[in-house]
Design a protein around this ligand. Sequence first.
Ligand SMILES: Cc1cc2nc3c(=O)[nH]c(=O)nc-3n(C[C@H](O)[C@H](O)[C@H](O)COP(=O)(O)O)c2cc1C
Length: 215
Amino acid sequence: MSPDSDIHSLRVDYKHEPLTEDSLDPDPIAQFRLWFDEARASGLPEPNAMTLGTADRSGRVSCRTVLLKAYDDRGFVFFTNYGSRKAQQIAENPHAALLFPWVALARQIEIAGPVEKISAAESLAYFMSRPIGSRLGAWVSDQSQIISSRSVLLAKFEDLKNKFADGEIPKPDFWGGYRVIPETIEFWQGGGDRLHDRFLYTQKNRTWSHVRLSP
Ligand SMILES: Cc1cc2nc3c(=O)[nH]c(=O)nc-3n(C[C@H](O)[C@H](O)[C@H](O)COP(=O)(O)O)c2cc1C
């Protein structure tokens, strides 16, 4: 028997307040803000960490964690390397899903829709707000490429530190943001006896509507 044979007994019965139709904001971005603010106030570590799912042109899927850095009516923004595996997949298939897995709150939010690069000006504004080490790190990493050792990274970091010692660290052209433009947003609240609450918002002709889904 495998040492993990007791996984089947891991079970939490959620005792959180149900999510009701009356309490929902008709605008899912406002509802997102409400829940995001509650997640921040709850002390969850990195509440802006979200799972980003992408697929290549043949439909093979991959996912990874990225950090939400901005959101508004236009969509949800994260930053990354434009040469990375995710960027390659987005170039082949410009659709993505985002998932906020706020398990400690028995909540999740899933957002899906097309993805586009944000403007270079927007990326630059955020890049310049980052600490120096993060700015250098963006230059150092050929994200998702094979490297022989950590020392290669450290040597490159030192080289770049010297190269940019006298001035500003510019934004690399290969680094910037993407915006996921929401077509659907689903809010999930765990309930007792697996009677969870799910509300799915869908946008059509710039108007949002929502329905309740069975758990
Ligand atoms: C908590 C956390 C936050 C992360 N935030 C980012 C991020 O904002 N941008 C990013 O490019 N990678 C981030 N990463 C690393 C990615 O998960 C991933 O390893 C990297 O982007 C390469 O993904 P890819 O090869 O699919 O392109 C984060 C990882 C963790 C665990």
